[in-house]
Design a binder for this molecule. Structure first.
Ligand code: N01
Length: 884
């Protein structure tokens, strides 16, 4: 068998009558083939339909020169059958398209799949018949298909995008699309070739086309990041790992973030020296590993623009080292998106190709194409005579193949086209409400293109087929996502997206490459392993978010949202649950303090600030330690007196270190974190009185501390929020100091435990009701609890400084925080509120662990700045009034 040619022995179906099967599959690529195998083994009658004339899917069509895998092929393989794994050996680290196509042909033959595939057949329409509970598919060839279940295995990148350039039809030369490359190849020798597009397809094909063509002109609109593949045999260490523990590696891949068995970096960029960062980078650059470069350098590269810029700069440096002409190097260097936000590429001699005398780069950002003419391509500056145009212009990704293949009509005549008019709506990327028994493999809303597709495909296929089997066993005939579940998934998708940098790039991930396409981040960014966990949880929670129905009115609907927590909060809570820790309140105060110290020692280090200085201030009954965080910018700065959390029992002036650093940087203010006294050694009102005394001391020593003139601000988290709130009341009542504003993060404001949040979040969110009872008991006798210095909500609330109050959805203290905000507002105090959905009590202080807290901390910093600004405006108004 020659390269790229796979034996064809397709199923023969005559036209006329309808073909009736249990399950119809569209697509005979990686997903379609595995589906056929699993469905058949599960006893379902099945047919697959594909417009191609053979198996292979994307690998059938994308035959352009240089087409290869860019995830190591040993990972980009089926893993469902150990015998198959033994029977096939990849010849290279990154296999070529012909080899991958041969592999898929080998799989089709090994499991005798072709007999259930109708090749060269396009599905023209699919409609759901409510009465029969079946889908009817019409086709352009052969009989229509009636099926109980309809599965789209159409791939994410299979609908080529039109080039959208005027005059294409006028061109007299040859035109090729990388995505539809002729099966017999193309002879480019001696020709003047143009390649339009510099995504993965362009970047893989350009070096090879340059070797063949007389002249190659590359038309580049957006430069992309590319890394050298350093292809060759599978690296010896990978081969050894596989030989030693293939199953272990496969399992690791299934539960990883990207579907590849490599652990992500845990060190943060700011904890590494420049030399260490460079060393890590050079090692990965030399190894030729895209997923490695995306995940293994430092932990913040994919979530923080600053951490990402450090990496992007190193790649930019490489481009300038490789490309000799500085102008060309500059044009090839990406500056408009973070590394990884747009799909980066793996190349072989891509940048080197621009040193060849027969290659020219045209920077379309400087001279856009105006038209294609009979003889070539015109930009707004010049004309290029061209014999062959290669469009490497990409795809209408993720939704294109589903929407463009045919109209899909669901329950009540609903059209998928209409439902997706503003972007794809799915539950898990697998199902769509009102489209019963329809499944999408690696659809929009699943990890899909942000993962190793082979791993994601196996997970989807296994999940779907297992559900169909379970449905059959339970006697149900339909399965359908609920609207609630689908809307919840959209929200979870949006939450996940805020963690990533994808929002900072215009890409096919968001639909930005197709004019007029609604823009939304289509793949699920929460990771392969977490996604798998969610799919499993849906099953273990009784098919949460699905309606099932069967004969004689049998039905089951377990409505709800599968993930209401922020994605990283969910990970943290799952991790804590797995640790199976004893309740903190069972440890005693000393044991609990020891536990908190150990716990804090494992968290990522805080980010650098201008200066961190320890000192001593005067508390209510003697000296207290403090830690001061100063911004790196020139002072003087406004001062925030900060009170740490810990239930008046735990913690110290250093225990909220990452939060203080982060807020110091974001607000550009000095944070003075106070080591107030703790219970049980010092019970109520020691902490409250220390808070007030410390604030007075800081205000009196503001100039020495580098503070700006004007009122100080106070802030605190949890019990520290309580102390900050109490301090404001005491400062008002005791003649100062002047407090310009109060930032209260998940504060304790009242001694009543009957608000709904105490019941709803009593357990499971780290700060439990039991722990709060314990804190109160240690700090304050029942008789003292209604004292406003313990329960500020019960104090006088007029005349207090403006407040910004942060509450978290999954926190027992949520409702008392909201109650305090409402009560302050009712008493004329200006109040801003942040009600953080999906967050728990510790979200905002777990800086760099709960990345979704960044937005909230930005708002807190803005609130602090607004306090200062309004205090300054107030002062200047007073001065003006006095002057006039
Ligand atoms: O498509 P792309 P692709 N005028 O969309 C440009 C996977 N894949 O086929 O960025 C001028 O990435 C467009 O410019 P801009 C992989 O996931 C994998 O290369 O929109 N230029 C861009 O440069 C990949 O990401 C492998 O400004 C126009 C290019 O065309 C995905 O498939 C190999 C234009 C399109 O790049 C798609 O890759 C190949 C116009 N009118 C592909 N319209 C592996 O290695 C578009 N462009 C496994």
């Amino acid at each position: 068998m020659s390269d790229g040619v796979v034996e064809t022995r397709a199923s023969e179906v005559s036209g006329g009558e309808t073909q009736t099967v249990d399950v119809a599959v569209v697509g005979a690529g990686f997903a379609g083939l595995y589906l056929l195998h699993r469905l058949r083994k599960a006893g379902f009658s099945t047919v697959a339909l594909d417009t191609a004339n053979d198996v292979g899917g994307t690998w059938y069509w994308n035959r352009y020169p240089g087409a290869r895998c860019d995830i190591q092929t040993v990972d980009y393989s089926y893993t469902f059958d150990p015998e198959l794994e033994k029977a096939w050996q990849w010849s290279e680290k990154y296999a070529t398209q012909p080899e991958i196509l041969r592999y898929l042909g080998f799989v089709a033959d090994r499991y005798d799949l072709r007999r259930d595939i109708r090749f060269g057949t396009r599905v023209l329409g699919a409609s759901w018949d409510d009465a029969k509970e079946r889908w009817l598919l019409t086709t352009d060839k052969g009989p229509a298909v009636s099926c109980r279940h309809y599965i789209m295995a159409t791939g994410c990148l299979s609908q080529p995008k039109p080039p959208e350039i005027d005059g294409v039809h006028d061109f007299k030369g040859e035109i090729y699309f990388t995505s539809r490359w002729p099966h017999d190849g193309v002879d480019l020798r001696g020709k003047r070739v143009a390649v339009i597009g510099t995504g993965s397809s362009g970047i893989q094909s350009i070096p090879i086309i340059a070797e063949q063509a007389a002249q190659l002109t590359v038309f580049q609109r957006t430069p992309n990041f590319a890394l050298p593949a350093h292809n060759g045999p599978l690296p010896a260490d990978r081969a050894a790992q596989l030989a030693e523990d293939r199953n272990g590696l496969r399992e690791q891949a299934r539960w990883s973030m990207a579907g590849v068995p490599i652990p992500p970096a845990t060190d943060f960029s700011w904890a590494l020296s420049e030399a260490e960062r460079r060393e890590r980078f050079e090692k990965l650059w030399a190894s030729g590993d895209l997923v490695g470069m995306l995940t293994q350098l430092w932990a913040d590269q994919g979530v923080d623009p600053d951490g990402n810029a450090l990496l992007a700069d190193l790649i930019r440096e490489k481009i300038h080292e490789i490309v000799k002409d500085p102008e060309t190097a500059a044009a090839l260097t990406p500056h408009d998106h973070p590394f990884g936000a747009k799909r980066p590429c793996l190349d072989t001699n891509y940048y080197q190709t621009f040193n060849r005398p027969n290659v020219t780069l045209v920077n379309l950002r400087q001279e856009p194409i105006t038209s294609i003419t009979a003889d070539g391509i015109k930009t707004d500056r010049r004309s290029f005579d061209i014999d062959v145009i290669v469009f490497a212009t990409g795809f209408d990704a993720m939704t294109g193949a589903i929407r463009a293949v045919h109209p899909i009509t669901g329950r009540g005549g609903k059209s998928l086209e209409d439902v997706w008019a503003n972007g794809p709506q799915t539950y898990l990327g697998l199902t769509v409400a009102d489209f019963p028994n329809l499944f999408l493999i690696t659809g929009p809303g699943s990890p899909s293109v942000l993962s190793n597709m082979a791993v994601s495909i196996e997970q989807h296929v296994d999940w779907v087929v297992d559900r169909l089997v379970a449905l059959r066993e339970a006697g149900f005939t339909t399965i359908e996502a609920t609207e609630t579940a689908q809307a919840g998934w959209a929200r979870h998708m949006a939450d996940c997206a805020t963690v990533t940098l994808h929002r900072l790039a215009n890409t096919w991930y968001t639909g930005a490459n197709v004019p007029g396409k609604p823009q939304t981040l289509m793949p699920y960014t929460g990771g392969v392993g977490p996604y798998r966990g969610i799919c499993n949880e849906i099953v273990s929670r009784g098919m949460l978010g699905f309606k099932l129905s069967g004969p004689n009115g049998a039905s089951q609907c377990n409505d709800g949202e599968i993930v209401r927590l922020q994605p990283d909060v969910r990970l943290v809570l799952n991790m804590l649950a797995e640790m199976n820790l004893p309740p903190i309140e069972s440890m005693g105060a000393a044991g609990a303090r020891e536990f908190v110290a150990q716990f804090n020692a494992t968290r990522p280090p805080g980010r650098p600030v201008g200066e961190v200085k320890d000192g001593t201030l005067q508390g209510a009954d003697g000296p207290l330690p403090y830690r001061l965080y100063r911004p790196a910018t020139p002072g003087p700065h406004p001062i925030v007196v900060y009170f740490h959390g810990g239930g008046w029992v735990l913690g110290d002036e250093q225990s909220d270190d990452p939060f203080c650093r982060d807020m110091c940087r974001r607000s550009n203010m000095i944070f003075v974190s106070v080591g107030y006294r703790h219970a049980p050694e010092h019970r109520f009102p020691a902490a409250a009185e220390d808070g007030y005394a410390a604030t007075r001391w800081v205000a009196e020593h503001a100039a020495e501390l580098g503070g700006r003139d004007g009122p100080v601000l106070v802030a605190g988290w949890s019990a520290g929020g309580n102390i900050a709130a109490v301090t404001c009341q005491l400062a008002r009542d005791r003649g100062g100091p002047l407090v310009g504003g109060q930032l209260l993060v998940c504060p304790v404001t009242d001694c009543s435990f009957d608000r709904p949040s105490y019941t709803d979040n009593a357990a499971g969110y780290f700060l439990t009701r039991g722990l709060m009872y314990w804190f109160w008991d240690i700090y304050c006798s029942p008789a003292d609890r209604t004292d406003p210095r313990a329960s500020p909500l019960r104090g006088k609330l007029q005349g207090l400084p403006p407040a910004y109050i942060v509450t978290c959805e999954f926190d027992p203290l949520r409702d008392e925080g909201v109650a305090y905000a409402e009560a302050l507002a009712a008493n004329g105090v200006p109040v801003g509120q942040l009600k953080a959905h999906g967050h728990f009590h510790s979200s905002f202080t777990m800086v760099d662990v709960v990345i979704t807290g960044v937005g909230g901390r930005m708002q807190m910093a803005e609130a602090l700045q607004a306090f200062t600004q309004s205090a300054e405006e107030g002062e200047s108004q007073e001065i003006n009034a006095a002057a006039s």
